[in-house]
Design a protein around this ligand. Structure first.
Ligand code: FES
Length: 278
């Protein structure tokens, strides 16, 4: 599953923490530049090790009894270690999870030792993400809210354009050519492309100068929990995590290209877009 965007994890010690308590992981950039993912649970008695308040990590120190692990997950120190004469430190490293980076995004597998084959998981959708290449973007802001709704219902709301001419009659609807939406599926992933009002101008533009986002908004539902909104100058990543059958944690992170938003006017435009998509 998608864990987040690369921009928050470029420097050694930078980390991404799971937003979802049911799958507590931490992904960290080591001083060797390698990205590693671990279950965020101590091997002693299972306490959460990283709280999210740490600006960056130099090691993992468990707040419960002070056991220390390196950023490679190896157990380095046991407080009052004479109480643990039989412990085998090599068997007590943090539990490592498969993690990979692609197209500026970080992907994780919840099962230790599993193979994380993004190529076959994403198929042609992965080629799309490579094409958009989100690695040059940075995060503007991230928001977390809890909604009283089932998580699948929230994702499904994004998957239909039926409502747009009615619910968004005087706003969103004005920007799109009515009824022209293409739908593509690969496995459980879905791509929707909604034609903008200038769509029919595209054929007159030389092929090498065409950029799809100038003529259509492109949306991706990446199974199981992520939904992307691709716009010419920003990208919104929404994620939906079930807390209960009728309760969902919804995260929204907006990414942008700094060269397209300069100065105060740029900040104002970003704020407007963030509030609009939030
Ligand atoms: S639970 Fe982490 S050191 Fe005891």
């Amino acid at each position: 599953m998608l864990a987040g965007h690369q921009s928050s994890i470029r420097e050694p010690g930078a980390y991404i923490l799971s937003d979802w308590a049911k799958f507590p992981y931490v992904i960290v950039r080591g001083s060797d530049g390698r990205l590693r993912a671990f279950l965020n649970t101590c091997r002693h008695r299972g306490a959460r090790i990283v709280s999210g308040k740490e600006p960056c990590l130099k090691a993992f120190i468990c707040p419960f009894h002070g056991w220390a692990y390196g950023l490679d997950g190896q157990l380095k120190g046991i407080t009052k270690s004479y109480n643990f004469p039989d412990i085998n430190r090599e068997d007590s490293s943090l539990v490592e999870l498969p993690v990979v980076e692609r197209a500026g995004l970080v992907w994780i597998h919840p099962t230790p030792g599993a193979s994380l084959d993004l190529e076959s998981y994403l198929g042609a959708i992965g080629d799309d993400l490579d094409h958009f290449d989100l690695s040059g973007l940075v995060s503007y802001r991230k928001n977390l809210v809890i909604k009283r709704a089932n998580w699948k219902l929230l994702i499904k709301t994004y998957l239909e354009g039926y409502r747009v001419p009615y619910l968004h009659k005087n706003t969103l609807s004005q920007a799109f050519k009515k009824g022209i939406i293409s739908h593509y599926e690969y496995g459980y992933h879905i791509r929707l492309s909604a034609a903008r009002t200038n769509f029919l101008e595209m054929p007159s533009v030389p092929r090498e100068e065409r950029h799809i986002l100038n003529y259509a908004s492109v949306y991706y539902s990446i199974f199981p929990q992520a939904f992307f909104i691709m716009q010419p100058d920003y990208v919104s990543i929404n994620m939906f995590f079930p807390l209960a059958p009728d309760q969902t944690l919804w995260t929204h992170e907006m990414l942008y290209r700094p060269s397209q938003f300069r100065g105060d006017a740029g900040q104002e435009a970003l704020e407007k877009r963030f509030n609009y998509t939030n």
